[in-house]
Design a binder for this molecule. Structure first.
Ligand code: C2G
Length: 134
């Protein structure tokens, strides 16, 4: 069984997230997602709209996702790759090069991001919509 892992906040799930999860799953048989905890998001200077439990519930409902584990630190990836016997690590290419140190333990693949959509853009559009309405 070929096992894949990817990491992220996955807030306000959108087509960009689904595309990378689908492509990651298509590279193997089993996809693990390291989902950033609320505390880790603060370290990433990210404030998710949904808390960890809600984002985990949503991720586990996505057909491409087989397991969700908490991402608590930048430094857990080698441990995770070994612990879960991962064959391939996948991330969007906004991270290109950042995780090449994992080459020693598994394949490392950076996939093109889906253009024109992001959780930040969704939040900003909602703010503009509210301002236009009221
Ligand atoms: N993504 C994408 N296309 C988009 C938006 C996001 O392909 N339009 C991908 C990102 O490249 C990433 C994944 O979806 O691989 C999750 O995106 P985020 O939730 O923004 O993840 P990020 O905050 O970059 O966290 O240790 C790694 C970090 O936890 C990554």
């Amino acid at each position: 069984m070929k096992k894949i892992i990817t990491y992220g906040t996955f807030d306000l799930i959108h087509s960009g997230h689904i595309h990378i999860l689908r492509r990651a799953k298509e590279m193997g048989d089993y996809l693990i997602v390291g989902l950033s905890t609320d505390e880790f998001n603060m370290k990433k200077s990210k404030e998710a709209y949904y808390n960890y439990d809600d984002r985990k519930l949503i991720m586990e409902a996505i057909r491409y996702v087989d397991m969700v584990i908490p991402e608590k630190t930048w430094d857990q990836k080698i441990t995770d790759v070994k612990k879960h016997d991962i064959d391939t690590f996948v991330m969007g290419d906004d991270w290109r090069g950042e995780f090449d140190f994992l080459h020693e333990y598994c394949d490392v693949v950076y996939l093109p991001r889906t253009r024109g959509i992001s959780s930040t853009r969704i939040k900003n559009n909602m703010i503009h919509l509210r301002d236009d309405l009221y």
